[in-house]
Unconditional design. Sequence first.
Length: 431
Amino acid sequence: MGRELKIAVIGAGSSYTPELIEGFVEARAELNLARIAMMDIDERKLAIVGGLAGRMLEAAGVDIELELTTDRQRAIEGAHYVINQIRVGQMAARIQDEKIPLRFGVIGQETTGPGGFAKALRTIPVALDIARDIQQLAPGAFLLNFTNPAGLITEALLRYGEVPVIGLCNLPIGIEMRLAQTLGVDRRRITIDHVGLNHLNWLRGVWVDGQDIWKQVFQQALEEARQRPEDDWGFSADLLETLQCIPCGYLNYYYNHDRILAKQLKAEKTRGEEVMEIERQLMEMYQDPNLREKPKLLEKRGGAYYSKVAVSLISAIENNKNEVHVVNTLNRGAIPNLPPDVVVEVPCVIGASGARPLVTAPMAPQIAGLTQQVKAYEVLAAKAGAEGDRRAALQALLAHPLVPSFSVAKGLLEALLEANRPFLPQFFGRE
């Protein structure tokens, strides 16, 4: 067993945290985890979630010290890994992000388009503060970023911070788990060619034990698409045949733009409003002193396999496993169509030094153009969020494929900045 580890969880009042605790319990044989520091600015939620976390550790009989604190620096001091899962502005800000774009006839979504842009502007200053705390109080610690929009926040951290950062998302492992279930094999036997950016990526290849089974997987995806109702979430067989690859679900906002926008405009509630109700129920459940495991309702919150992603990555680094994980890191030539210094989401070898991206085939023109455009937006949005640069902010919205015109971009920027004024010191100063 290796060194005794301290892991800090920033934003630990999140309803996701019990799943993370479950993952740490399951990994006790390969991680010498001595201490978990749970930090959140919301004392009530921290106490509720922390109470359940403590009961889970006690029920599992593991000797892990649990600390609850509202002091971020105290949580980070001496940590070996810092997990960032913050939501600046909490759920009310998410709902705002979803509703404001709709006023301009633009899709409202918390990670994609103007909604994700607003969330990034709120989050980047706090994420950079976390990075500075790590640099001062836990030098050499890895910052694992789960906070959405994960790719964009990781972009900002790697451009403007000075600590080792890896961006994580549960979407790639979800693909692997579904493939493993369909094929009836262990997930570890599967290799995928997953290429693109966070929430903007495509599946281009699948291997089991090194044997290429892409034709089989793609054919099955076509058959499933032919059975799917046209107005359902998902992609038509015609689109898949046109692309010759399988898009991730978030590409519905681009490929099925008109359909999704029409549905959002008619909906009685945004996704954020639905999630707020789920979270209210979860917090009530978490307060039950007899609850000692994550409740099944947590599955409806989203984020499946969150703990598996986080814990397996930490184990791969700590034990120098040199395993392949799909993460967000600097391109460094992995995708030839993109600059080497931008963040991409690709398979990487994970070991003691962090993430080393594996070189992939160039992206085909039918997916490269959209990727390059969204990456340009992300670079500009990262600059705007880090520096409070209004011109870069307007350039970012203008560059985004979901924003239809300069006038809409200008209107959106003013509306989003004003609505988020309390969370944007880089634009308005400390008010």
